[in-house]
Design a protein around this ligand. Structure first.
Ligand code: Q9C
Ligand code: ZN
Length: 341
């Protein structure tokens, strides 16, 4: 299986608020490097750099004004004289009346985000583009006839909605790839999200559409980030009704229950009969993950890949979360090796 990877992800690194203090983000450069090292050690296949794509390739999944905001946010922040990274601190929640985009960067940061988990520094935009471009390059390989590809994306994407960043995500790499697939003539596409966290951003982007089926298996939002989406009764709206499937699972979920959800996802996928499948591949479902609470083991990821392969659809794997740095490479690559059979 071909891997698409760019070292440009290293331009992006930041902080997060944890237990009332600022600390290094769990979403750090070493994550992607561990996965790349494992890809090479196992001889999974060639590793290539992403092609470049115009900014307009991100519009469709996202709004034009959001893409423009992301591209210019660091310069607007730095122009105020601050050299620290940019973080939002105020949000337009229920009850606040204005829907206008603020003029000042501090207001824009809140307008275009869901949490304070996505810091912006001088290199963030370049890294974000390299990540989205990896997913786009991957989908182009599928269009060219490949039966699978692995976009080793960093930063991740599935929490980023049509007009917001959050949860370590900026551009929704999986959604951008799925959208390109449709624009290039596919009638139906599916996104299957197996990251521990609900893929709220991908759900947001495709919620009113019947051409892209979104399925997410994740920790019950009653007790897990992102808390405000991911319930089973979120099924899509308008023409998209019935094309969004959430499969929340309880704390402590191990492979037997996770596998049952995967097979349920497979049945929904078969009814949709997609031309291509994009898998949002997070391995924060691992028993040792520091911010999640499922109990998958390293060998279980081989089985995950095997099940996905049996769906029989050309598949682009897009890297999402996974924070136990030492094990993320083995676990993510096990899914790909399981798929290869
Ligand atoms: N103690 C992804 O996996 N912080 N994002 C939650 C829980 C945000 C995860 C803190 C987690 C975002 C792509
Ligand atoms: Zn996650």
């Amino acid at each position: 299986m071909l891997t698409i990877y760019s070292s440009d992800h290293r331009f992006h690194h930041g902080v997060e608020l944890k237990d009332g203090a600022v600390s290094e983000s769990f979403e750090k450069p070493a994550r992607a490097e561990t996965v790349l090292a494992r890809v090479m050690a196992t001889g999974l296949g060639d590793v290539v750099s992403p092609k470049s794509y115009d900014r307009s390739s991100y519009v469709g999944a996202h709004s034009e004004r959001y893409v423009q905001f992301l591209a210019g946010a660091w310069n607007e922040w730095a122009a105020t004289g601050r050299t620290c990274q940019a973080l939002p601190l105020v949000w337009p929640v229920r009850g606040l009346p204005s829907t206008e985009v603020p003029q000042f960067i501090d207001g824009k940061l809140g307008f275009y985000s869901m949490d304070a988990g996505s810091p912006i520094n001088a290199g963030t935009w370049d890294a974000v583009c390299s990540s989205a471009n990896s997913a786009l390059t991957g989908i182009d390989r599928l269009s060219g006839g490949a039966r699978s590809a692995f976009a080793l994306c960093r930063p991740p994407g599935h929490h980023a909605g049509r007009e917001y960043m959050g949860g370590y995500c900026y551009l929704n790499n999986a959604a951008i790839a799925a959208q390109r697939c449709i624009e290039q003539g596919a009638k139906r596409v599916a996104v299957l999200d197996v990251d521990f966290h609900h893929g709220n951003g991908t759900q947001d982007i495709f919620y009113d559409r019947s051409d892209v089926l979104f399925i997410s298996i994740h920790g019950d939002p009653a007790v897990s980030f992102p808390y405000f989406s991911g319930h089973a009764d979120e099924r899509g709206v308008g023409p998209g009704e019935g094309f969004n499937l959430n499969l929340p699972l309880p704390k402590g979920t191990a492979m037997s229950e996770f596998e049952r959800a995967l097979l349920q996802a497979g049945a929904a996928l078969a009814r949709h009969a997609p031309d291509a499948l994009v898998v949002s591949l997070g391995v924060d479902t691992f028993e040792g993950d520091p911010i999640s609470h499922f109990r998958l083991r390293t060998a279980d990821y081989l089985r995950v890949g095997e099940i996905v392969e049996r769906f029989g659809v050309p598949t682009l794997f897009v890297m999402e979360g996974g924070y136990m740095v030492d094990e993320i490479g083995v676990n993510a690559v096990n899914v790909l090796l399981g798929f290869e059979g």
